[in-house]
Design a protein around this ligand. Structure first.
Ligand SMILES: [Zn+2]
Ligand SMILES: [Zn+2]
Length: 158
């Protein structure tokens, strides 16, 4: 069962870190200091950051790190299923440490991506039409709209 409270406490970030280290060990992936710090940023941001955002934050702790290193690490974490990739624009991939089944509310004005869970959508399986194209790994639904922040801003301006 999903937790309905999806806000991140210090504890839940630590839990994600612990799970991450365990998953890496299980898969025989080396947990380097860099990789851990990169994951920490994705895990502590609910905003589904892009590689550049992660880079700017990690650089505060590891000043010698390069954007390319951050990008390559994020991509390999995604291939391992330890983070998921959000969006399809290759020049601006965004990363999500929430690998549990969930969906996104994407704001068409500010581009923010917020997680939500829905019990009715939770049980939906990929249709046979998708199976015919390949082997489904996960299914993800995106709701587009105007987020509360942008909605109230428009109202205030009137
Ligand atoms: Zn918005
Ligand atoms: Zn998400």
């Amino acid at each position: 069962m999903w937790s309905q409270d999806m806000s991140l406490t210090k504890q839940s970030i630590e839990d994600r870190m612990t799970d991450f280290v365990e998953s890496c060990r299980r898969r025989g992936v080396r947990v380097t200091h860099q990789r851990l710090e990169i994951y920490r940023e994705v895990a502590s941001l609910e905003t589904h950051p892009d590689a550049d955002t992660v880079f700017r934050r990690v650089r505060k702790r590891i000043p010698t790190i390069a954007l390319d290193t951050v990008y390559r690490n994020l991509k390999s974490l995604a291939e391992l299923g330890l983070v998921s990739i959000v969006g399809t624009s290759p020049e601006r991939l965004r990363f999500d440490a929430n690998v549990r089944r969930h969906h996104h509310f994407v704001c068409v004005r500010c581009g923010s991506i917020q997680d939500f869970c829905s019990e009715s959508l939770g049980g939906v399986e990929p249709p046979p039409e998708a199976n015919a194209l390949g082997e489904p790994v996960s299914m993800h639904l995106e709701v587009k709209g105007v987020c509360k922040n942008c909605g109230t801003r428009t109202k205030r301006r009137r």
